[in-house]
Design a protein around this ligand. Structure first.
Ligand SMILES: C[S@@+](CC[C@H](N)C(=O)[O-])C[C@H]1O[C@@H](n2cnc3c(N)ncnc32)[C@H](O)[C@@H]1O
Length: 267
């Protein structure tokens, strides 16, 4: 179908509510396409229908990219004084099917810390709880989390803000600050200007610098159907009530690596 026609069909489905069943059907089709490829990386592997819910194109990608994203978070946190091997209390917000938790949770716990995961999708949180070390719960689209105020040293979220509207993203920044100890660290990925130049659909790369926050396919919030695009400046502005921005690692346009905001909870 031609692009404008496809876009019109999507807008119609969004308005009539048919987009939900249609998108679930696409996800099931994607899961079937993943086939039976076996990947043994020594850790429990979620079923295909859960791998596709976190945008996983293959089990090999889920494994390898999970390992490298976990290593990147670990190194970045350490550079900012939060060593996950030093007995920290950690939350993977929007943990999905444990793509990153698979590589971090056991080490955090072995070092005397506590590992938590939380996700909007109860199927994902349930699979993690049954298969991975740590405590996993489902939360709603809007805050709160089940974690107590000031109970965590480190919260990381990979590709979660990227599926939220601006108001919801702001609410979650406040909630992440609530559960962090004063001085605690948040590592949050987002789609920034650099990432948009290579990977954004439609006219987003052009609009983003002027608009600051752009939402593409504004329906099914929290799913991979919707995507959100944020400038460094707007991310800093949204975090400002609760966080100091310590660093923003820019996204990449040579490979699909999202930007990472390193935020320090105000004391
Ligand atoms: C692209 S996936 C990434 C999953 C995981 N962080 C990873 O990197 O593999 C986005 C995840 O965010 C979750 N999510 C979206 N909105 C959320 C919210 N308001 N609260 C918690 N999780 C949310 C989705 O259910 C999904 O698992």
């Amino acid at each position: 179908m031609l692009k404008p026609l496809r876009r019109l069909a999507r807008r119609l489905m969004e308005r009539t509510g048919l987009i939900g069943p249609y998108y679930r059907w696409l996800e099931r089709r994607q899961a079937r396409a993943l086939g039976d490829e076996a990947v043994d990386d020594g850790r429990p592997m979620p079923p295909a229908e859960l791998v596709v819910l976190v945008s996983g194109p293959s089990r090999a990608w889920f494994s390898e990219r999970g390992r490298s994203d976990a290593a990147a978070f670990r190194a970045l946190a350490a550079r900012h004084g939060a060593d996950v091997d030093a007995g920290l209390d950690v939350l993977d917000f929007g943990c999905g099917a444990g793509r990153i938790a698979r590589w971090l949770a056991a080490d955090v716990i072995a070092a005397g810390g506590a590992f938590h995961g939380s996700d909007l999708n109860p199927r994902l949180a349930t699979w993690c709880a049954a298969n991975l070390p740590g405590t996993y719960r489902a939360n709603r689209l809007q805050p709160p989390l089940a974690n107590a105020a000031g109970s965590l040293d480190l919260v990381y979220a990979h590709s979660v803000l990227t599926h939220l509207t601006e108001a919801t993203a702001r609410a979650w920044l406040g909630e992440i600050a609530r559960v962090l100890r004063p001085g605690g660290l948040a590592l949050l990925t987002f789609h920034d200007e650099a990432y948009a130049t290579a990977w954004a659909p439609g006219d987003i790369a052009r609009r983003l610098p002027g608009e600051g926050y752009v939402v593409w396919n504004n329906a099914l919030e929290g799913s991979n159907y919707i995507s959100a695009w944020t400038t460094h400046a707007r991310l800093a502005e949204l975090s400002a009530p609760w966080f100091e921005v310590e660093e923003i690692v820019p996204g990449r346009n040579d490979e699909p690596a999202q930007a990472i905001a390193v935020l320090r909870a105000r004391t």
